[in-house]
Design a protein around this ligand. Sequence first.
Ligand code: F6P
Ligand code: MN
Length: 334
Amino acid sequence: MTNKVTLTQFIIEQQREFPGTSGSFTALLNDIATACKKISHYVNRGELIGVLGSAESENVQGEVQKKLDIITNDIMVSALNWTGRLAGMASEEIDEMIKIPGHYPKGKYLVAFDPLDGSSNIDVNLAVGTIFSILRSREGIDADLQDFLRKGEEQVCAGFVLYGPSTMMVLTTGHGVNAFTLDQDIGEFILTHRDMRIPEETAEFAINMTNQRFWEPPVQRYIAECLQGTEGPLGKNYNMRWIASLVAEVYRILTRGGIFMYPLDCRNPEKPAKLRLMYEANPMAFIIEQAGGVCTTGRERILDIKPTDIHQRVPLILGSKHEVERIVRYHQEN
Ligand code: F6P
Ligand code: MN
């Protein structure tokens, strides 16, 4: 195969078609790709290099950190903070916004990221990933919190890298969704999945059923109907999946359709939702919508939410259009 399209070539060619983005954007994506190749290497080497297991610390969310949560966060920060392309960063693992060190130039973009999503899977050798969201900032000066707290609608790019049997990057800049497979031999992401589209119909759902007693009525109703199969109002038998890794669930939905839900629940009134808006829900919502799917809290489109905090949590329901629209309808009827 001689005519493989690399990530860099793809981005440069896309930029020519849609003027307005600059060389700085291509370079930023390359920086992210480089960091993710490094992360892929660490994840792949695993116990051989002693990176599995707990770090015995907690992050800002009060979750116990894995060694790899910390390592992957450091990889992202040190790959991106010196380049002059960013005005600030935000990470799931760091409480405050991450400033660009004073002696480095400031660029015109912001990146919010989850360096290792699904990290509870790492010790059991299942799929994990890195999620990122790129926003525009004011060029040349340090970003402040208000620069970050913008609706997902304003993202210029969103993507994730899935460290599974293959390492894959899924990307959108607002012109469809494309996926690239890491060719380990040459160290390049190669375009392998062009213009991914999510089937509008599905008979597959993903939800953590152990939270069932805490869900609201619309979600109770939908799942009960799925479980009734051909004998229920939906008239078809459903299949269930729960990988406990958002990146892997979204990738599955992009390839064969489906619905993923981490809905509002009443387990802990201080924490009515689990997933984070700025570096989980927003980038996934941008990707899902660009692939023809729908992404909502049940009551509101994810990309319309004006964030109030970098680490804000939101209920998340995403996937095949007709199925998600049904759940939105159930919320309205409730
Ligand atoms: O980052 C949060 C996350 O790990 C997601 O990747 C995943 O979808 C979810 O949490 C799993 O949650 P639970 O452990 O409650 O099943
Ligand atoms: Mn995560």
